[in-house]
Design a protein around this ligand. Structure first.
Ligand SMILES: Cc1cc2nc3c(=O)[nH]c(=O)nc-3n(C[C@H](O)[C@H](O)[C@H](O)COP(=O)(O)OP(=O)(O)OC[C@H]3O[C@@H](n4cnc5c(N)ncnc54)[C@H](O)[C@@H]3O)c2cc1C
Length: 480
């Protein structure tokens, strides 16, 4: 039987964060933690890989790197040499026009009747949050009935595959992306001012830029991270199928067993619970977690990007006659994402508990792009499609209570379930959050430092930059 101090399940950003940090502590902090990563995929990177087809590079859904953590930014600087800087222009496509993000602050672009409907709704909003028990109540109370019906309800149903009334509102206050909360708030006076003075109230300013690898898509980051870790400690193509919680032994699909002191797991938490061989009471709770699945469809098109999309990173589509809820113009992230003389667009169709997948996603995407006037079918030179069963960790009403109880039992048995689906907290499930969850668990186990990101997501997007203070960071010395 193999044996290790830290068994890491998954070589996505979370698992690689744990590996990176323990490798670093071993090299510089007189730490002697043995570690091993086991991943069932062929190549490391998890959902942040970037497949190529016919000269086009795709991400598994639009991927934006947010600068929350100096530690993570230092890792990015080390592992990728060339970056491009992108102006993060995003918005919604509604009423056959572009409405800048966040839509709720830019309703001046709505037709007169809908604008009036939204203003009336906004005038009736309340700051009393005592009745906001679910996401629907929160949205109606914060933005009014007009915006809820025209934008929030249809878009969120398309994205989560679930009715907002069946989802929790707790995550909306956190900041997974920009300086604003996940669902930015509004101020009626400010909106009226925007209308009166024709102001676009956007979430970025002229100088705001996001970084993106110049070549190789998002996956270039994780190839770079993997290449700096000792290869013999990463076991690809191996799936963990059983875990004996009390004996601390994991079993792989081929029958091998690995004993561990601590297990860092980034497999989806429902799968982890189902894997437990000695804890039927925990396994029985797997059904509490239902993901939204995503069909990501990439379309490569010959010729110039249409003028309406020239500057766009991503667009939301609340209308039901368009199958996808979001599209990202990948060739605007980096020109190397598409061969010369062409451009590329990536669309996401989600399905979930209340919205089953229907029809052929590629056909539906092409129909939608043609209807919008973005693409002419005869100019399509490449089609790429991937079905991702775990796309978005839906924040259900029972999520917070279930997570507290389940994580407590897992941790008391040496298991740390973290990352996008291991932790199941949408508010902290991007690449930077996932990587830092790995780093922070290793620090907690091997240096005694407190975790920040997972237990206190509200600090991850605001103050954790100041609070997190890794010791002895000497990035170049981690090269092996
Ligand atoms: C549609 C979509 C959009 C996204 N958008 C963004 C974005 O804009 N910005 C951003 O920063 N991030 C984004 N992400 C998140 C990013 O891709 C990563 O998913 C995220 O960082 C979480 O990483 P992770 O390591 O927790 O999980 P994952 O990336 O899912 O990695 C988990 C790994 O565990 C492995 N695994 C699972 N079960 C087992 C098992 N039983 N045995 C062995 N191995 C197993 C999997 O193969 C996988 O490699 C997006 C993801 C998706 C899907």
């Amino acid at each position: 039987m193999l044996s290790t101090d830290l068994l890491i399940c998954g070589a996505g950003p979370a698992g690689l964060g744990a590996a990176w940090r323990l490798n670093e502590l071993n090299l510089h902090n007189n730490c002697h933690g043995e570690w091993l990563v086991v991943d069932n995929a062929e190549t490391p990177g998890g959902m942040a890989v970037s497949p190529e087809k016919e000269g086009f590079t795709w991400d598994l859904g639009g991927h934006v790197l947010f600068p929350h953590y100096p530690y993570f930014d230092a890792v990015l600087n080390e592992v990728v040499d060339n970056w491009v800087e992108v102006k993060p222009v995003r918005g919604a496509w509604m009423f056959n026009r572009f409405v800048p993000y966040p839509v709720q602050r830019n309703i001046r672009h709505f037709p007169a009747k809908e604008l009036e409907q939204c203003l009336q709704g906004l005038a009736a909003t309340t700051t009393d949050s005592s009745n906001n028990h679910n996401f629907e109540q929160h949205l109606k109370a914060s933005f009014g009935f007009g915006l809820y019906k025209l934008f929030f309800e249809p878009l969120n149903f398309k994205m989560w595959g679930e009715h907002p009334g069946k989802m929790s509102a707790s995550w909306t206050q956190h900041r997974s992306g920009s300086k604003s909360t996940n669902v930015p708030t509004v101020d009626l006076q400010r909106i009226k001012n925007n209308i009166a003075n024709n102001i676009d109230d956007v979430a970025w300013d002229e100088d705001t830029r996001i970084r993106y690898p110049a070549v190789g898509g998002t996956g270039a980051v994780w190839q770079g991270v993997t290449s700096r870790l000792p290869a013999h400690r990463i076991k690809s193509n191996h799936e963990i199928t059983g875990i004996n919680l009390r004996k601390r032994i994991a079993t792989l699909a081929d029958g091998q067993t690995i004993s561990y002191k601590h297990l860092f797991s980034s497999m989806p938490i429902d799968k982890l619970l189902s894997c437990l061989t000695d804890s039927p009471e925990l396994s029985a709770q797997a059904h509490l977690f239902c993901p939204a699945a995503v069909d990501v469809v990439g379309i490569g098109v010959s010729g110039e990007c249409p003028t309406q999309l020239e500057e766009i990173c991503s667009l939301y589509f609340p209308d039901n006659d368009i199958a996808f809820w979001r599209a990202s113009v990948m060739s605007n992230y980096s020109s190397t994402m598409a061969p010369e003389g062409s451009w590329s667009i990536l669309c996401e169709i989600n399905s979930g508990s209340s919205k089953p997948a229907t029809g052929n996603p590629v056909t539906a995407v092409i129909e939608g792009l043609e209807k919008l006037g973005f693409v002419t079918a005869s100019k399509i030179i490449s089609r790429w499609h991937r079905h991702i069963p775990y796309g978005y960790p839906v924040p259900t009403l029972q999520r917070d209570k279930a997570l507290i109880e389940i994580q407590q039992v897992l941790e008391s048995n040496g298991v740390y379930s973290r990352g996008r689906f291991g932790g199941w907290k949408y508010e902290v499930c991007n690449q930077d959050h996932a990587f830092m969850q790995g780093v922070e668990v290793v620090d907690a186990l091997f240096t005694g430092a407190a975790e920040v990101t997972y237990p206190t997501p509200h600090l991850a997007g605001q103050n954790s930059v100041k609070q997190y203070n890794p010791t002895n960071v000497n990035r170049h010395a981690t090269l092996q």
